[in-house]
Design a protein. Sequence first.
Length: 219
Amino acid sequence: MIEQLNGRVALVTGGTDGVGKEIARAMARRGARLIIVGRDAEKGARAQQEIRAFSGNKDVDFVQADLSLMRQTRRLGDEVAKGWPAMHYLVHSAGVVRGRHLVTAEGIESNFATNYLSRFMLTVRLLPALQAAGQPGKPARIVMVAHPGFEGTIHYDDVNLTTNFAMIRAFKQFHYANDVFAVELARRLTVSAQRPSVTISCLHPGPTKRISTAKCRYG
């Protein structure tokens, strides 16, 4: 039996396309109060209407944010925390893979900014809302949609990879950083022997063109 999500609040970054959109569709169909995040306002408005029509759920909102920019990620987190002070699911699905060295307006290598730093910042900003919704035995959940960071290295002395940029180095760095963050946050969320009120996990869906909504399960 697939559990319904009526009354639960979920935010999905990258919810306007790809894997993120399919996750959003599945959660909306099960009754979640859904927030989808994307960079393109027109695309986001279309995705909002499509998900509402598909799911029959009118409680679907779109919030625009460019997650390669930390100032917009911070604004997103504050806006969502104010509008939805209790949150049950935070799904990080937004991501890019750029094969050339591109630095954002804030001076951060774009792959690292989008695929790791924005996830870190948004999680920190929304953690109080997740803790307000979760409880031991029925925790709020953070899900990182990411490739495993096998053999990855965080280049602390040069996270922008200015001296030796390569797509594979950037790819391994941000995925490994996500893994390290997930493990460390999970450790901090566990208090003595108690079951945590918030959990974090990484999901690698593998190569896929489309995820069937019938196969997306959330409890």
